[in-house]
Ligand binder design. Structure first.
Ligand code: ATP
Ligand code: MG
Length: 309
């Protein structure tokens, strides 16, 4: 990490302040009154399209500060940070993760992508596979999709629930309420163990998804990103939106808030996510460990020894 290129102390305060301004409007820490239509997927706060270029410089500064904070997180080795990303297809999860984490030391960061569960996964409770991918202390863990799919795709497609071979009497109508409660408790448990959970729903509009799908179909270099299954899921749009709204209402908490991030403009999505990660790391009072007098004496001895060679 190149500390000499980091922003000065004054800039740092300015970046922190700006970060809070960008992420606060989209943070949901109490879901009781939340409705999805409170957030416009095309929102860019006070910025307009002509700010897109300037936003790249803002993001670059944020990424640099994030790298410094992550370096301290790693050195301090106390907290773990878990960032969860959920979204409809083509909302930009991968690109956001790539850009926001671009300055971070790969050793301090681990990304886990959750696809349809394997037969081994299905033989266990649904948190089992996620639990094995939790970040270690000092690390940032990213879940590209997560156990929240258990309240989304599985809710929208009840046949998936049937495939989970749960005892029939546990598959009643209250299963979703129970899953929300279990997830809330699981995230509380993580918080009490030093795992800081932040959740991002990249909120894309149906029109913008169509535009991005068409782009993937029209551009040979983007064909690989398209799968026929994506169109199939698009047909369930309204069911997904209802499931997302329920999920956020029931699992947003102070300890593990959701950020509902407008996703129709990728440059804005990245700014908000970077801001939220910076704000989160800043809240942890990170600092490099102090060297004890004893250790300092050992360092001085090593110094002498090297010079005496
Ligand atoms: P992404 O769609 O996240 O960009 P991808 O296209 O590379 O990634 P897919 O093969 O589409 O990967 O895998 C993601 C799919 O896995 C999603 O459709 C998601 O709904 C599904 N999935 C994830 N977790 C679960 C789960 N617990 N139960 C059922 N399906 C799941
Ligand atoms: Mg996919």
């Amino acid at each position: 990490m190149t500390h000499d290129t980091l922003p000065s102390a004054l800039d740092k305060d300015a970046i922190l302040k700006r970060s809070r301004k960008f992420c606060a409007p989209f943070r949901i820490s109490d879901g009781d009154d939340f409705r999805l239509d409170q957030v416009d997927p095309a929102d860019t706060l006070h910025l307009d399209k002509s700010d897109k270029k300037a936003s790249q410089a803002v993001l670059a500064e944020g990424v640099q500060l994030l790298a410094e904070l992550q370096d301290k997180l790693y050195a301090q080795d106390r907290w773990a940070v878990l960032l969860i990303f959920q979204a409809m297809d083509a909302a930009g999860k991968d690109g956001t993760i790539k850009h926001v984490m671009s300055g971070v030391n790969p050793q301090g960061c681990q990304v886990s992508s959750f696809k349809a569960p394997s037969s081994v996964d299905l033989d266990h409770d649904y948190l089992w596979r996620a639990n094995q991918c939790l970040p270690e202390r000092g690390r940032i863990g990213i879940f590209n999709r997560s156990y929240y799919e258990e309240t989304l795709v599985v809710r929208v497609h009840p046949e998936m629930l049937a495939r989970q071979t749960l005892p029939p009497k546990l598959m009643g109508d209250d299963i979703w309420t129970h899953r929300f409660r279990d997830i809330r408790h699981y995230e509380e448990y993580l918080a009490r163990n030093g795992v800081v959970v932040r959740k991002f729903f990249l909120h894309l509009s149906k029109q913008e998804q169509k535009r991005r799908f068409l782009e993937r179909l029209d551009n040979p270099d983007k064909n690989w990103k398209f799968s026929a299954a994506d169109i199939k899921e698009r047909a369930y749009w309204d069911d997904y939106m209802a499931a997302y709204e329920q999920m956020i209402r029931h699992t947003a908490s102070d300890g593990a808030p959701w950020y509902v991030v407008p996703a129709d403009n990728k440059w804005f999505t990245r700014l908000v996510v970077a801001a939220a990660v910076i704000d989160t790391l800043d809240s942890l009072d990170l600092a490099y460990p102090k060297v004890s007098d004893e250790a300092r004496a050992a360092l001085a001895a090593a110094h002498q020894q090297l010079l005496a060679e």
